[in-house]
Design a protein around this ligand. Structure first.
Ligand SMILES: CC(C)(COP(=O)(O)OP(=O)(O)OC[C@H]1O[C@@H](n2cnc3c(N)ncnc32)[C@H](O)[C@@H]1OP(=O)(O)O)[C@@H](O)C(=O)NCCC(=O)NCCS
Length: 290
C-alpha cells in the first residue's frame, strides 16, 4: 500500500547522510530489490556526500542520493532511491532539485536506470553514452593470453602509479576514492608492460557476485587479461558494467560466459561528455561513482 505524505513536499527536509545511516541506506536498496551493498555504501558515505529524506512514518529512510565530488569539473550522482511505498509522488524530483541547487554549476554525471532516466531528462541531463552489464562465470580458454602486458596482484607501492594512470583515463584526480580501494576491493590487479603500469582493475563484492570495476586498460587484450586474472581469484559469478562502445571486449566476454543483462544510460548536466579517455576506460568503479 503506498504511504501518503502528511505535508507538502516543499516542507520535507533533505539532510546529509553519515556512515551511521549505512543500514538504513541498505534497507532502502532492499526495498527496491537492489543488493544491500553495505560495503559500497560505506565507500560512498565516506568518499562522497550522501543526501537523505527520513520517512515521515518513522520507517528509516524514504529516499537517498549520493554525490561524489571530483573537484570543480565533475561530480557523480548515484544511488537515487525512493522507497516503493512513496513512489511517484515527486520525492525523487524534490531530492534531485535540492542536490542540483547544492552543486551549482559543477558538471554532473550519472548512470541512469530505465526507471530514473525520465526524471533526469526532465531535469535537463543529456545522454552521452551507455553501459552494458554482463554477468556470469568467466570460462578461461586454452590459448595463451593475447597482448604484451603481464598481470600481477597490486601492491601498496603501485597505488601512486594507479592514481596517475587513472587520472588520465578518468579525466580528473580521484585520489580520495582510490585511496580507499584497497579496503573496498577484495582483489586488485595491475597490467605491466616494459615495467610500467598500463592498466588496472579491481573486484569488489556485491550480494553473491563479484563486480569488476574500475577496469582501465590500454587495449582490449589487456582489459580481457585483467578480467581473466580477477576471475581466477573468485568462485563467485562476475558482474561488470562495460562502456557499450567497447564492443570487442563485450563480444569476447560473451564468448567466455559473461552474458548481457541490464543496461544503463550515461548522462551529464553542464558538460557535453565525460572527461578523460573513454578508450582506456572500460568499466566504472561503480555506476554510483563513475
Ligand atoms: C527512479 C525513482 C528514484 C523515481 O522516484 P519517484 O519518487 O517515484 O519519482 P518522482 O515521483 O519524483 O517522479 C519524477 C518524474 O519522473 C516520472 N517517473 C517516475 N518514475 C517513472 C517511471 N518508472 N517511468 C516513467 N516515468 C517515471 C514521474 O512521472 C515524474 O515526472 P513529472 O513529475 O515531471 O511529471 C524510483 O522509481 C526508484 O527508486 N527506483 C529504483 C531505483 C532506481 O532505478 N533509481 C534510479 C537510479 S539512476
Amino acid at each position: 500500500m503506498p504511504s501518503s505524505l502528511p505535508r507538502s513536499l516543499a516542507e520535507l527536509p533533505v539532510r546529509r547522510l553519515t556512515p551511521s545511516d549505512l543500514v538504513a541506506c541498505a534497507d532502502l536498496c532492499e526495498d527496491r530489490g537492489w543488493p544491500r551493498d553495505e560495503q559500497r555504501w560505506g565507500l560512498l558515505l565516506t568518499a562522497g556526500t550522501g543526501y537523505g529524506m527520513d520517512d515521515p512514518g518513522g520507517k528509516g529512510l524514504m529516499a537517498s542520493c549520493v554525490v561524489t565530488s571530483y573537484g570543480p569539473d565533475l561530480a557523480a550522482v548515484g544511488m537515487l532511491l525512493v522507497a516503493e511505498r512513496y513512489a511517484r509522488q515527486g520525492i525523487a524530483r524534490h531530492l534531485m532539485e535540492r542536490v542540483l541547487e547544492e552543486h551549482g554549476s559543477t558538471p554532473l554525471s550519472l548512470y541512469a536506470t530505465a526507471a530514473g532516466q525520465p526524471l533526469y531528462d526532465r531535469l535537463g541531463f543529456t545522454v552521452v553514452g551507455r553501459t552494458q552489464r554482463v554477468t556470469g562465470h568467466y570460462r578461461p580458454g586454452d590459448e595463451k593470453p593475447r597482448g604484451v602486458a603481464t598481470i600481477h596482484p597490486a601492491t601498496a607501492e603501485d597505488l601512486r602509479a594507479i592514481i596517475r594512470l587513472d587520472t588520465g583515463a578518468f579525466g580528473t584526480d580521484r585520489t580520495h576514492v582510490l585511496a580507499r580501494l584497497p579496503a573496498f576491493a577484495d582483489h586488485i590487479r595491475v597490467a605491466r608492460a616494459q615495467d610500467e603500469i598500463v592498466g588496472y582493475a579491481a573486484l569488489w563484492p556485491s550480494d553473491r557476485t563479484h563486480v569488476v570495476g574500475p577496469l582501465i586498460a590500454p587495449d582490449t587484450d589487456t582489459a580481457e587479461a585483467l578480467v581473466a586474472a580477477l576471475s581466477a581469484a573468485t568462485d563467485l559469478p562476475l558482474r561488470a558494467d562495460i562502456d557499450a562502445r567497447h564492443t570487442d571486449l563485450l563480444d569476447r566476454l560473451e564468448q567466455r560466459g559473461l552474458l548481457p543483462s541490464s543496461a544503463t544510460t550515461v548522462m551529464t548536466l553542464g558538460a557535453s561528455d565525460l572527461p578523460g579517455d573513454w578508450r582506456r576506460r572500460y568499466a566504472p568503479l561503480t555506476v554510483a561513482t563513475g
